[in-house]
Design a protein around this ligand. Structure first.
Ligand SMILES: [Zn+2]
Length: 156
């Protein structure tokens, strides 16, 4: 493989545990709710939020199940690994609508064990146990958009 792969620069330096938690939340939403990965996310060190267009608000039970599923994956201490594949191949497997128009020819796919995979150039933890404890601190449903606000707590 060409060693000089040109990746698109990332828009912002993200806090790796939070950004990796964002991957897990997106993957869990796709699996459990059947929606797409969030295209409107604000990831910060203390508190992050992801928005999902949904026909109905999530119930408190669903929010709890999502939180539990993510903490279960974190507890499995899954490895976060990368592979590089051509964008044309990636388009058959992954939703590339979130990628910028000028995305590079080779895409980096980020795998979290067998739980989740998506193209990303951001900074991630090496293993899910490094994320800490995932907690949905609030949620809001407005105008057909479900917002999930989450925090990471240090493990006690
Ligand atoms: Zn990422």
């Amino acid at each position: 493989m060409n060693q000089e792969i040109q990746l698109n620069s990332h828009n912002k330096q993200e806090y790796p545990p939070m950004h990796t938690a964002e991957h897990l939340l997106n993957g869990t939403m796709v699996k459990m709710i059947g929606c797409k990965r969030s295209r409107n996310a604000h990831i910060e060190r203390k508190k992050s939020k992801c928005d999902y267009p949904l026909a109905q608000p999530l119930t408190p039970e669903q929010l709890q199940e999502i939180e539990n599923a993510i903490n279960n994956v974190i507890g499995q201490d899954l490895p976060v690994t990368f592979e590089f594949i051509p964008a044309s191949e990636a388009a058959k497997i992954y939703d590339l609508e979130r990628l910028p128009e000028d995305a590079s020819e080779m895409l980096r796919i980020v795998h979290i064990g067998d739980y989740d995979a998506c193209p990303c150039v951001g900074a991630h933890v090496e293993r899910t146990s490094q994320i800490g404890h995932f907690r949905i601190s609030s949620s809001r449903y407005q105008d057909g958009v479900q917002r999930i606000v989450f925090r990471l707590d240090a493990k006690s």
